[in-house]
Unconditional design. Structure first.
Lengths: 234, 866
């Protein structure tokens, strides 16, 4: 599929443990179209976050094909994967994962700096202003609220022009009001940039905002709901 | 009825007694929680324990060993001196009247010592020896042990018309002699009848240039070595009674002073039997103790870093304890108790090592050391070492512990996002200062020579203060510098000033560690240089002593006729001691440390018509030719300054029992390095010409003819003593070699601690580095970029601390070499720079080895868990 940004075929992921090896992903087949929004839902431990990690090149599949943004991730070494993420992927975590000893501006500028962008800080500032944090540029994460931290994470994810945003429970640590504002911002930004969004969530309402929902259970994708067409038909 | 009695069940402290009880309960609770927390084991504390154990072991071992030596010296004082009191005269024997008075005080024996040449029969090989001539009553105390059966008196007696001698096995080895062979001393043939195993009063004999040879006094008189003005020391060893007390000795000394106030003899008592040895040991013990303390203080940084890392890892526990109601004081208690319990383990192991090592060492060195060591359990050094251990632990743990105390409960919710403000404030600062002062006071009380200890602490405090300032300055500079263009450099610079960055503590550890390395390397380089110092090109090959005035001209003629001789220089020589300086008895003069030796015992004197070569007048004037006025003396400037003499002052010198008062007429600078003949005191000829004296000659010559000259002259002038300059320097080098061995041994411990501390410093903040590296990799940083950033960060830290280390290390080694050891110091840039470059390289590699874990850490688990 030429228009797909991510293509997974029969992806298996097995991790060793003291009690024997554990199959986390068991034959995942998935395609994500460019500009699409995809929700990954399923019970805890079903493999949603692992699938997201595999898409980001943070976890290596034991077998199968993982092709993202025209890169065969299984053939890339650690550094090549880092460069791949820098150029194509932006990740948002439930726990924000900002660097605590860097200001908001520095946190957002990092991927640009690694890209050698001379205007890294100007662009980072611009990104932060777009998430309404122009007044918090020089604050450290510890001085920001949870919502503000997640907005910094969102600005960081999109700073280097990622074509795919991977979000793992982005509102899990936030109250409902703050969470919904973050989600609005996320979807608005996705539409504005035309990027692809893969969203892991437990929240059915949130998942329902996506074009498609893939239900994962026990390391396998079961039903895939196509909501965009339903919305179109509705 | 009091409030306390009316509300016992309220659970609130309502009276003083209940407040105290609740404080005690709180301590008990803290203790219980501390024990529970320690269940996680000693992981992360190996550097802490190693630093503490090594430091405590070093101080305890040095203290115990020096106590064993000092106890040995004091309990064996009688044996070491060979009497309760010893009187020593130079050049002359005691007259019968004084000897008879002395015999009225107790048992007295007379012993003569001098340097002389021994040749094998037929005039083959020859060697400089330290002669000792005694009567049948030697020794008064202890026993002269021979390698084989037989009594000393039988061996020394005349048998079949030949006198006997016993010698140090080193002489037999050097000259290829065996027992029964004949040796020649002066004009006398003797039979070597035995070899000496242990000489009881060897230590009080001072520095030896050659092996010992013993013979009887009568034999000595027949050698022809005893001539007017010959450099012979006559020792009178007195036993005041079987159970003579210290009071008896003092009373005897007072009687002696009253009876013979102006005799010019040197008096020594058994409680100060070997002052030279004691001074040497004191210096060595001071140096080693300070090295041990340095190991402990440097180790303190390792302890501080370890405690800091430990508390970093416990942030969540601490925050959680606070969330459930633990007051800040309890947090402090819980973790201080854990630190102290761990310190107790380190101190115990250190004490055990410190106790056992000297016993093993004494056993190994039993045959090498001239005195028997009194090894055993010495409480004081062990107590001192353990107190140092606990004080250092507390001093260096206070900072991280006070930081942990102020960690807010919200840290639990904010994960490790919020850095905690650190720094010693209020009562914790006071506690730190009090602990550090206690360390200083303990060092001053327990180490010899408080002056050096004070300098040492001045140096340590200055080093810490400067490094702390440098660390802060580096952080401030990094914060204000404009953003570098290169991402890796920008990241490195940012790393230096980020909140919670361990920059200051790394600068402190690295700076102190590198300074230590440079100090020890320069110390080693200076001692090695002293050891291998090449002779000046025109240095004399020989000193010849005891040339009688009647022999002088024929000696010169014979010398100059020998192949290879370039020049012969001779001067008259006598021995005398300074008795009075400007009307003040010399024992009451307070000289500078460097000049004190000039007032101790007998010094060589000479007289000269003209200014000796190698001397320059810096004050006053040289006497005119044929001067015949009141006696004048010329002093070297350093000694005159050291004992407070200027032009026009007077000194009284006792020469051969006669007091000569002379006026200081000039001061000289002397080039001692040329090894020419020069003296601290040179008199106008009219002052000393009439006194019986001998001449001293130096001969400058080609090395290949040295043996021939020695053979010719010692054969023709058997009573003349030759000192080969190379041999004498070898004897000094041998002593220095032993010193260098001790220095290197103690350095090894300190270096080990230094390396441990550096490794610990590199591990500081490892957890946050791993976290940062994971996030950066997630955001697209390659390992190369991360390595470059870390390398630049370490290079910046290494460069700054290296500059400090070279300057501070040079200053510290200068102090030790110049003032503690008394040698000339030279800066060796290659050693200093080589050391810092090497140590920095090792540090960067160690840093990488540590951060490699951060760079290679698996990303997913950290992102999931946090």
């Amino acid at each position: 599929m030429s228009d797909s940004v991510a293509f997974l075929r029969d992806v298996q992921l097995t991790l060793p443990s003291k009690a024997g090896s554990v199959d986390i992903l068991r034959g995942i087949d998935l395609e994500v179209a460019r500009g699409e929004t995809l929700g990954l839902v399923g019970p805890s431990g079903s493999g949603k976050t692992t699938l997201l990690m595999v898409l980001a090149g943070l976890e290596r599949a034991s077998s199968g094909v993982v092709r993202v943004a025209d890169h065969d991730l299984s053939s890339l070494d650690e550094d090549a994967l880092a460069l791949f993420r820098r150029d194509h992927v932006g990740i948002i975590f439930q726990a924000f994962h900002l660097i605590p000893t860097m200001t908001a501006l520095e946190n957002v500028a990092i991927p640009l700096e690694f890209k050698g962008d001379e205007a890294a800080f100007a662009r980072a500032e611009e990104r932060l202003k777009r998430v309404e944090l122009g007044h918090r540029l020089h604050h450290y994460p510890g001085q920001l609220s949870g919502g503000e931290q997640q907005r910094v994470a969102l600005a960081r994810a999109l700073a280097a022009g990622a074509s795919m945003i991977l979000a793992d429970e982005p509102t899990g640590n936030l109250d409902q009001g703050t969470g919904s504002r973050i989600i609005d911002l996320l979807f608005t930004t996705q539409r504005e940039t035309g990027s692809t969004l893969v969203l892991v969530t437990h929240d059915p309402d949130l998942a329902a905002r996506c074009d498609r929902i893939a239900h994962i259970a026990d390391g396998q994708i079961g039903e895939v709901e196509v909501l965009a067409e339903r919305r179109k038909s509705a | 009825m009091s409030v306390a009695e009316t509300s016992p069940a309220s659970g609130y402290a309502t009276s003083t007694s209940q407040t105290q009880l609740s404080w005690l309960s709180s301590l008990q609770l803290s203790f219980k929680i501390a024990l529970r927390e320690l269940r996680s084991g000693l992981q992360g504390f190996y550097i802490f324990l190693s630093c503490l154990t090594l430091g405590v072991a070093a101080i305890a071992a040095i203290g115990s060993f020096s106590a064993a030596i000092e106890t040995g010296l004091s309990t064996q004082g009688r044996t070491i001196l060979g009497g309760d009191v010893e009187l020593r005269l130079v050049h002359r024997q005691m007259d019968a009247q004084k000897l008879s008075w002395l015999r009225g005080q107790g048992s007295v024996i007379e012993v003569a010592t001098l340097r002389a040449m021994v040749t094998t029969r037929g005039g083959g090989d020859r060697a400089l020896v330290e002669l000792k001539a005694s009567g049948g009553d030697y020794p008064l105390f202890g026993e002269l042990e021979l390698l084989k059966e037989g009594s000393l008196n039988t061996h020394l007696s005349q048998q079949n018309g030949t006198w006997g001698a016993v010698a140090d096995p080193a002489l037999a080895e050097r000259l290829g002699l065996k027992v029964g062979d004949e040796i020649v001393l002066g004009n006398l043939n003797l039979t070597l009848r035995g070899l000496i195993k242990r000489e009881p009063d060897r230590v009080s004999g001072g520095f030896f240039f050659g092996p010992r040879v013993m013979l009887s006094k009568q034999a000595l008189l027949e050698t022809g070595l005893v001539q007017p003005g010959s450099l012979i020391y006559w020792h009178y060893k007195i036993k005041l009674g079987e159970n003579a007390t210290a009071e008896d000795i003092t009373a005897f000394q007072q009687r002696l002073e009253a009876q013979f106030p102006d005799e010019g003899w040197r008096v020594r008592s058994r409680d100060n039997a070997a002052p030279g040895t004691k001074r040497f040991i004191d210096r060595l013990v001071l140096f080693l103790s300070l090295v041990g303390l340095t190991a402990l203080i440097v180790g303190g940084l390792g302890i501080g870093n370890a405690v800091n890392n430990f508390l970093e890892a416990r942030r969540r526990n601490i925050a959680m304890l606070k969330c459930i109601g633990a007051p800040a004081a309890s947090i402090f208690q819980i973790y201080m108790i854990q630190v102290l319990l761990l310190a107790a383990i380190g101190v115990s192991v250190g004490l055990t090592l410190g106790l056992v090592l000297p016993i093993i060492l004494a056993h190994v060195l039993n045959d090498v050391l001239p005195i028997k060591l009194s090894t055993g359990l010495y409480g004081l050094p062990l107590f001192t070492a353990s107190t140092f251990g606990f004080l250092i632990t507390v001093a260096f743990a206070l900072w991280p512990l006070s930081t942990a105390r102020s960690l807010p409960a919200t840290a639990l919710f904010r994960s490790n996002i919020q850095p905690v403000g650190s720094g010693l404030k209020g009562k914790y600062l006071m506690a730190f200062l009090a602990t550090f002062s206690a360390i200083g006071v303990l060092a001053l009380l327990s180490f010899p020579e408080p002056r050096f200890t004070l300098y040492y602490f001045g140096g340590v405090i200055a080093s810490f203060a400067i490094l702390y300032g440098l660390g802060r300055a580096l952080v401030a500079m990094a914060r204000h510098v404009s953003r570098p263009r290169a991402a890796a450099l920008r990241f490195a610079v940012t790393n230096l000033h980020r909140p919670g960055a361990p920059t200051v503590s790394v600068v402190l550890s690295l700076g102190i560690g590198l300074t230590l390395f440079v100090t020890l390397a320069l110390l080693d380089a200076n001692l090695t240089r002293e050891l291998r110092q090449n002779l000046p090109e025109k240095a004399p090959a020989f000193f010849f002593m005891d040339i009688q005035p009647g022999e002088l001209e024929s000696f010169k003629t014979a010398g100059l006729a020998t192949d290879g001789v370039e020049s012969i220089d001779t001067v008259p020589m006598l021995r005398g001691r300074i008795k009075v300086v400007n009307g003040v008895p010399s024992k009451d003069v307070k000289p500078a440390q460097d000049a004190a030796w000039a007032l101790r015992g007998d010094r060589g004197l000479t007289y000269a018509e003209t200014l000796p070569t190698g001397s320059t007048i810096v004050a006053g004037e040289w006497w005119p030719p044929g001067y015949d006025g009141p006696p004048l003396v010329s002093f070297t400037k350093d000694i005159a300054d050291g004992i407070g003499l200027t032009i026009g002052d007077t000194v009284t010198v006792n020469v051969l029992g006669r007091d000569i008062q002379a006026t200081v007429s000039s001061l000289r600078e002397v080039e001692w390095e040329s090894l020419g003949i020069n003296f601290v005191m040179v008199f106008s000829p009219n002052a000393l010409r009439a006194a019986p004296h001998t001449h001293l000659a130096t001969i400058v010559m080609a090395q290949e003819h040295e043996s021939k000259l020695l053979a010719t002259l010692t054969k023709q002038f058997p009573t003349v003593t030759a000192v080969r300059v190379r041999d004498a320097l070898d004897a000094v080098s041998d002593l220095l070699g032993k010193l260098l061995f001790a220095v290197r041994g103690s350095n090894a411990i300190t270096l080990l601690v230094g390396i441990l501390v550096l490794a610990g410093a590199m591990a500081t903040g490892l957890k946050s580095r791993i976290y940062d590296a994971v996030i950066l990799k997630t955001l697209g940083a390659t390992r190369r970029q991360l390595v470059a950033a870390h390398a630049m960060e370490y290079a910046l830290l290494g460069a700054l601390t290296s500059i400090f280390a070279v300057v501070a290390g040079a200053a510290a080694s200068f102090g030790i070499v110049r003032f503690v050891m008394g040698f000339d110091w030279a800066f060796d840039p290659l050693t200093a720079l080589g050391t810092v470059v090497f140590a920095s390289a090792v540090t960067v590699i160690a840093g990488f080895a540590t951060t490699w874990r951060a760079l290679t850490a698996k990303v997913a688990p950290i992102l999931r868990v946090d």
